[in-house]
Design a protein around this ligand. Structure first.
Ligand SMILES: [Zn+2]
Length: 97
C-alpha cells in the first residue's frame, strides 16, 4: 500500500485509479510510471558507466558523458512531472511500505 501525507497534514492511501492489474502496480498510475522512468534512467547510467570503465577508451568515456548528460535532462523532466502531480494531488510526502 502506498500512502501520502497531504499538505493538510492528513495521511491517506494513494489509491489506484487505472485499469492495470494489481500484479503490475499499486497506487496511482502516474507514480508507477514515474518509478518506471527512474529505474530506466538508473539502468542507462549504470550501463554507460560500466561500458566506459571496461573499455577505458576515450570514445566510450565520451559516449558515457553524452548519455549521462541526456539522462540528467530526463531526470529533471521526470522530477518536474512528479512535483506537478504531487502538487495537483495536494501531496506533501509519499510514504511507501
Ligand atoms: Zn496503472
Amino acid at each position: 500500500m502506498i500512502r501520502a501525507k497531504l499538505i493538510t497534514g492528513e495521511v491517506v492511501e494513494l489509491k489506484k485509479e487505472c485499469g492495470c492489474l494489481d500484479e503490475i502496480h499499486s497506487g496511482p498510475h502516474w507514480l508507477h510510471m514515474n518509478d518506471f522512468r527512474r529505474r530506466q534512467n538508473e539502468v542507462a547510467i549504470k550501463s554507460a558507466l560500466d561500458r566506459a570503465e571496461k573499455s577505458g577508451d576515450i570514445i566510450s568515456i565520451m559516449q558515457a558523458r553524452a548519455l549521462i548528460h541526456k539522462v540528467s535532462a530526463e531526470e529533471i523532466a521526470r522530477l518536474e512531472e512528479k512535483e506537478r502531480m504531487m502538487r495537483q494531488a495536494g501531496v506533501e510526502e509519499i510514504i511507501r511500505g
